[in-house]
Design a protein. Structure first.
Length: 263
């Protein structure tokens, strides 16, 4: 008995090898059963990206891209204190209408570049279900990772440390180690620490004066020294600005003199 032939489109959509002329790598090399298991665990943006890969994955994830999945994704972002679309013209009817919204486009672009991981305020964030295990592990390790080890967690994949944050920290460290960074950052940090030290000393001395355990002259002396340092910093900044203005005036005069001499 001859087997019933399948349409060409059905064969192409059920086989990742037929939908991609390139050698299979990564997720495409796994069995179709694993593809279904992975698709069941992906949020809406990742399903949408997987749909745009090829026709095989498009047919695989299409039944999962429903109105409920789009609404659930927006609700999960709201639970994590992440930006959500607030436009009254937002439509959940189809992927095309949903992604056409400018706010959704911005959210998807920022999520794809991991910009939310670096800019999100973790102190007010709700530890969502996919981050709960990471948070518990961080608290159980104690002093090694600190009490808030989950503050660098990736909001896209749920990893303990977001690759975007790692890249930013590496760039910051390279800038600090460079000559320009040392010349620009160290004097400013030292000046801030210099002023904050006396400010903290003054604030700590006020309760002792109120309790009668320290003479007011000590507070006045600390206040006078802190004020003197602030005035000194302002004077240094003013002198630097004046010198910059004089230098610019000299450069302008030299330029005019050179122009008149050459003409």
């Amino acid at each position: 008995m001859a087997s019933t032939p399948f349409p060409q489109g059905a064969r192409d959509s059920s086989n990742p090898e037929a939908s991609s002329p390139l050698p299979l790598k990564g997720l495409a090399s796994l069995p179709p059963e694993v593809h279904h298991l992975v698709a069941d665990c992906l949020p809406y943006p990742d399903l949408l990206s997987l749909k745009l890969t090829n026709t095989y994955f498009a047919a695989l994830v299409e039944p999962r891209l429903t109105i409920r999945s789009r609404i659930s994704w927006v609700q999960s972002r709201y639970a994590q204190h992440l930006p959500v679309p607030t436009s009254t013209r937002l439509s959940f009817k189809s992927d095309a209408l949903f992604v056409a919204n400018p706010e959704v486009k911005t959210i998807l672009r920022r999520r794809r570049r991991h910009l939310e991981c670096a800019a999100h305020e973790r102190g007010s964030a709700f530890v969502f279900s996919m981050f709960a295990r990471v948070d518990v592990q961080g608290q159980g390790q104690g002093r090694r990772d600190g009490p808030h080890a989950w503050t660098k967690v990736c909001l896209v994949t749920g990893d303990r440390v977001c690759p975007r944050i790692q890249a930013l920290e590496a760039k910051m460290q390279r800038y600090k180690d460079s000559v320009v960074g040392k010349l620009a950052v160290l004097p400013v940090l030292r000046a801030i620490g210099w002023l904050k030290g006396w400010q903290r000393h003054f604030c700590d001395a006020v309760p002792w004066v109120m309790a009668g355990r320290l003479r007011a002259s000590g507070v006045h002396r600390a206040y006078f020294l802190a004020l003197l340092k602030i005035v000194l910093a302002v004077v240094v900044i003013w002198i630097a600005c004046q010198l910059a203005g004089i230098w610019m005036a000299l450069c302008g005069f030299a330029e005019r003199y050179w122009y008149s001499a050459t003409t």
